[in-house]
Write a protein that binds this ligand. Structure first.
Ligand code: C5P
Length: 218
């Protein structure tokens, strides 16, 4: 049948990953976590002790690294130079450095090309990130922009890790600010995106609403 591309953008803690994976599983689609790709490059940058202010060296790491990106929504494994880094890329070190790495235009060019190639070879795919509806897949069949109150997003994230809610809230606010104000492909709502505030919605409710939107576009 016809190709189906669903773009899911929004800030951290908006529910993007959980929702995107659930929707992909429900409609038997692939799933691409573009944030994991920026995190994997950041892992390599830290591994190589590269200065976060050195865009030239960061770009060189991104070019030299071999990323393997799984697109199975049940087990989306990612590896860097043959080594699985699923756990490492969620750690505090990578999380605090990723916004600096993802702001480097050469890193974005490389990863956006790779993302487009993965999308091109998928019959159905749910792609989540910050710039999917605006830059990576502007022709997506459905664009969803998920949001939630800052406090609720921090609550969700701190229940996933050991950090306190206050520390998580501060980190989220910092990342949101960096991700929304950077020059290259900032976090932005596409004009034709459906905005869904998940503050008061359960996961099942959001998944159900997305499926209803999908019924209308397919
Ligand atoms: O979604 P997640 O929190 O894993 O993303 C980690 C970081 O990767 C974001 O804070 C952002 O800096 C970057 N990112 C990006 N563009 C995307 C996805 C993620 O710049 N499409």
């Amino acid at each position: 049948g016809r190709q189906l591309v669903i773009a899911v953008d929004g800030p951290s803690g908006s529910g993007k990953s959980t929702i995107s994976r659930r929707v992909a599983q429900a409609i038997d689609a692939r799933y691409l976590d573009t944030g994991a790709m920026y995190r994997a490059v950041t892992y390599a940058v830290l591994r190589d002790n590269v200065d976060l202010g050195d865009a030239v060296k960061i770009a060189a790491v991104a070019e030299g690294v071999e990323l393997t990106i799984g697109t199975d929504p049940a087990t989306p494994h990612i590896s860097v130079d043959g080594i699985g880094v699923d756990r490492e890329i969620r750690g505090a070190e990578v999380t605090s450095a990723v916004s600096a790495v993802s702001a480097v235009p050469a890193v974005r060019r490389l990863l956006v090309d790779r993302q487009r190639a993965i999308i091109a070879e998928s019959e159905r795919i749910v792609v989540e990130g910050r710039d999917i509806g605006t830059v990576v897949a502007p022709d997506a069949d459905l664009k969803v922009y998920l949001t939630a109150d800052a406090e609720e997003r921090a609550r969700r994230r701190s229940s996933e890790n050991a950090a306190s809610q206050a520390a998580t809230a501060a980190d989220l606010a910092r990342r949101d600010r960096l991700d929304s104000t950077r020059a290259a492909d900032p976090l932005r709502q596409a004009d034709d995106a459906v905005v869904l505030d998940t503050t008061e919605l359960g996961i099942d409710e959001v998944v159900e609403r997305l499926r209803q939107m999908l019924d209308k576009v397919t």
